[in-house]
Design a binder for this molecule. Structure first.
Ligand SMILES: C[S@@+](CC[C@H](N)C(=O)[O-])C[C@H]1O[C@@H](n2cnc3c(N)ncnc32)[C@H](O)[C@@H]1O
Length: 443
C-alpha cells in the first residue's frame, strides 16, 4: 500500500471513529517502509493541522456531498489537497500517487473523483485562495468554536496563539540532573552532531533544531534524558519537592512529570495514580528506563477511599485532564476531536478532582494545579471557584520570568519562549494555628 493510502486509513479513523493520531498512526507506521515514515507522519499531522481549511476547500470542490460512510476517501481527498496547498511535492506526483491510493484502498470508483477534485483545485487555485482568506475558520485553520473562545479569552493574543498552533513544535529534551547538568549533556549531543539550545526558563531543558528518534539520543536507554516540553518541566520546581517528602502525582500517566519529580529530589515517597491502567504501564516503563521508583496505582483520583491509606501528603500534583488547547501544535487532531461542549464537562471534572484531593493534603502542604489548556474556564475559573469554596486554601502567587500572571495562577501561551501552552496555580493549605482559641459568646 502506498504512503497516501496508509495516511488516508489513519486520517479516516480520526474522522470517522474519533481516534487520536497517537493511537491510530503507530500500526500504519509499522506497515510503512522506513523511508516513508517521515512522509506518512507529515501527511497525517499536516492534514489535521490544516483540516478546518482543507474541509472548506473540499466542500467548494465537491459537486455533491460524499457518502458519510466513505471516511477513508474523504481523508484521501483532504490528504491530496494538503499536498497541493501546503507541501512542496511536485503537483503531478501528488495527484498521480493520490489517485493510485484510491485503487489501493479498493475504491476504484473514487479514483476518477480524486483526479477531478485535485485537478480542479490546481485549476481554480487563485479563486479558491481568495475564498479561503475570507472565511475565518479556513483562514486561521481553527474550528469556529475554538476561535471564538480564543478571541474571547485572549483578545490581544489570539492571532499569535493561532499562528503557534499551526506551527511545527520544537523537539525539547529534559536532561536528567541526576546524571548531568545540561551543558555536559549538550557536549554529548554535539559529539553526535546535534546542535541544541538552552531554554532559560527551565534549567533542564534543551531544544534541538530537528526531531530525533529517541533511541538515537546519547544515553536515552540509560535514562540520561527524556523528551518533554520546557513548559512541562516547570512543574517540578513549582511543586518544591525535597528528599523524603510524601507526594501524590494524582493524574500521572504517561509519567513525564513523575520522572521529573523523582529526578528533582531522590527518595521521594511518591504515589503515581492514574485511572487508566494501560497508560499507567507507560509510567512504569518510563521509570524503569530512568532507574527510578514510585508506587503505581490504577484508580480514580475522585475516589480516594479506594486507594488512599489515610496518611496526608506534603505535596500533590494535579496535572488535570483538559482540552489540551495549549498543545495543539503537537496534537493537531484536537482540532477535529474536541467539541465546544467538552469544555464545561472538563471544567467540572477538574473542579471535582481539586475538591476531592484537597482533604489529602496536610496543613502547610502544597498542591500544584496544572493544565495544558489556554482556556480560562479550565484554568483561573476552576481555581477561583475552588478558593471561594475552600476556606483553608490560599493561593501562592507564582513570580516568574515566564508566562503571564492571571487573576489566579500563571499562563504560558503556546510558542512563548518556544514553550507549549501551560497553566499553573500553587495552592497552600493553611496551617491550623497551635493554641488557637475559639471564643464562645458568654451565656
Ligand atoms: C494531562 S494527562 C497527565 C500527564 C502526566 N502528568 C505527565 O506529565 O505525563 C491527564 C491524565 O489524567 C488521567 N485521569 C483523568 N481522569 C482521572 C481521574 N479521575 N483519576 C485519575 N486519573 C485521571 C488520564 O488518564 C491522563 O493520563
Amino acid at each position: 500500500m502506498n504512503v497516501r493510502a496508509l495516511a488516508a486509513q489513519v486520517l479516516g479513523q480520526v474522522l470517522g471513529k474519533g481516534r487520536s493520531l497517537t493511537t491510530a498512526l503507530p500500526p500504519s507506521l509499522k506497515r510503512a517502509a522506513p523511508e516513508d515514515h517521515g512522509l506518512l507522519q507529515e501527511l497525517c499531522y499536516g492534514a489535521c493541522r490544516w483540516h478546518p481549511r482543507l474541509q472548506v476547500l473540499l466542500s467548494a470542490l465537491l459537486t455533491r456531498p460524499l457518502d458519510p460512510r466513505e471516511q477513508a476517501i474523504r481523508a484521501l481527498l483532504l490528504i491530496g489537497l494538503y499536498q497541493l496547498w501546503h507541501l512542496r511535492i511536485p503537483e503531478h506526483a501528488a495527484v498521480a500517487e493520490t489517485v493510485t491510493a484510491a485503487h489501493q484502498l479498493h475504491k476504484p470508483w473514487a479514483a476518477g473523483l480524486t483526479n477531478a477534485v485535485l485537478r480542479a483545485a490546481l485549476r481554480r487555485q487563485r479563486e479558491l485562495t481568495a475564498m479561503l482568506e475570507n472565511d475565518p475558520e479556513a483562514d486561521t485553520a481553527h474550528p469556529h468554536w475554538l476561535l471564538q473562545r480564543l478571541q474571547a479569552d485572549w483578545p490581544d493574543d489570539w492571532p499569535a496563539i493561532v499562528a503557534a498552533n499551526n506551527a511545527h513544535p520544537p523537539f525539547t529534551l529534559r536532561v536528567n540532573s541526576r546524571h548531568f547538568d545540561r551543558e555536559a549533556y549538550r557536549r554529548h549531543l554535539a559529539i553526535e552532531g546535534y546542535a541544541a539550545e538552552q531554554i532559560t526558563e527551565a534549567p533542564t531543558a534543551l531544544t534541538l533544531n530537528t526531531a530525533v528518534e529517541p533511541a538515537m539520543l546519547p544515553g536515552f536507554a540509560q535514562g540520561w534524558v527524556s523528551i518533554q516540553d520546557a513548559a512541562a518541566q516547570l512543574a517540578g520546581p513549582l511543586l518544591d519537592v525535597s528528599p523524603g517528602l510524601r507526594v501524590l502525582d494524582a493524574c500521572a500517566a504517561p509519567g513525564g512529570k513523575t520522572g521529573h519529580l523523582l529526578e528533582c529530589a531522590p527518595h521521594l515517597d511518591l504515589l503515581a495514580l492514574d485511572r487508566d491502567a494501560t497508560r499507567l504501564q507507560q509510567v512504569a516503563d518510563n521509570l524503569r528506563r530512568l532507574g527510578l521508583r514510585a508506587y503505581l496505582v490504577a484508580g480514580d483520583a475522585r475516589r480516594p477511599a479506594d486507594w488512599w491509606d489515610g496518611i496526608p501528603y506534603d505535596r500533590i500534583l494535579l496535572d488535570a485532564p483538559c482540552s489540551a488547547t495549549g498543545v495543539i501544535r503537537r496534537h493537531p487532531d484536537i482540532k477535529l476531536l474536541r467539541r465546544d461542549s467538552d469544555i464545561a464537562v472538563l471544567a467540572s471534572q477538574q473542579q471535582a478532582l481539586l475538591t476531592r484531593l484537597w482533604p489529602l493534603l496536610r496543613p502547610g502542604g502544597r498542591l500544584l494545579y496544572a493544565t495544558c489548556s489556554v482556556l480560562q474556564q479550565e484554568n483561573e475559573q476552576v481555581v477561583a471557584n475552588f478558593l471561594t469554596a475552600q476556606p483553608d486554601a490560599d493561593e501562592q502567587p507564582i513570580i516568574a520570568s515566564w508566562g503571564r500572571s492571571r487573576s489566579h495562577g500563571r499562563q504560558i501561551l503556546p510558542g512563548e519562549r518556544s514553550m507549549d501552552g501551560f497553566y499553573y496555580a500553587v495552592l497552600i493549605k493553611r496551617e491550623v494555628a497551635t493554641g488557637e482559641v475559639t471564643c464562645l459568646p458568654a451565656s
